[in-house]
Design a protein around this ligand. Sequence first.
Ligand code: ATP
Length: 250
Amino acid sequence: MPISVQDLTVSYRHHPAIHHINVQFDEARAYAIFGPNGAGKSTLLKAMMGLVKADTGRVEFQQLQRQDIAYLPQQSDVDRSQPMTVFELAAMGLWYKIGFFGRVNKAQKVRVHEALQRVSMDSVAHKNIGALSNGQFQRVLFARMLVQNARFLLLDEPFNAVDAATTFALLEVLQQCLKQGKSVIAVLHDYEQVRAYFPNTVMIAREVIACGKTEQVLTDANLQAAFAALQTGHANKEWCEVPQNKLVEE
Ligand SMILES: Nc1ncnc2c1ncn2[C@@H]1O[C@H](COP(=O)(O)OP(=O)(O)OP(=O)(O)O)[C@@H](O)[C@H]1O
């Protein structure tokens, strides 16, 4: 049951951030999305989640429901200043079962506590999220994803501004998820992390530069091609400055 990205173009103010992207994400695999700053990595994830409008192409979710996809944006969607406990934030992973204001039943409570245990945050389940460090907060957001029990985990720079111990612990959580048959698709900047934990890499620079086994994709030649593509604005003949339908709309 793969996710298939077909001919996907998204532009901001007439400039394509991603351009005719084709890529398939299969189940039970770990994919790194890699590329220079401004390559369109976050935009690709947002477009897959339907958070930005596509100018061309589409994303096909074969036999997947909305709750089968979990998404952790780069800057968290949760306002940490609002009064909410660690437990309540993790329990938000149940949104598709109980809505955002529904009551959590006994079995669901157990599930939330188990998820918090997996990220070593159950002992502070009663704490307000405003009191958490960046690393602790990211652990709770991972617990929320575990509660959702999605089949595809889309993570945008999940270890940015997170301490080394937490990064290691959360990478281990992702490994467990893979063993359970889930897929992880993560925007990452750290070569070593990608090489150690992500056997598949999609390198983009607006367009797909290379896609496949990490050792074959993360090469100097591909990295140079990625930087060059971003500087010159095109790496193949099909480049078009602005998708036509976007011009008509605006
Ligand atoms: N909301 C927006 N409005 C206008 N331009 C945007 C917007 N979001 C992104 N862009 C531009 O689109 C391009 C791709 O941005 P995106 O954040 O997807 O790249 P990225 O590869 O994730 O970058 P980084 O590694 O720096 O996070 C960049 O040139 C960026 O400035």
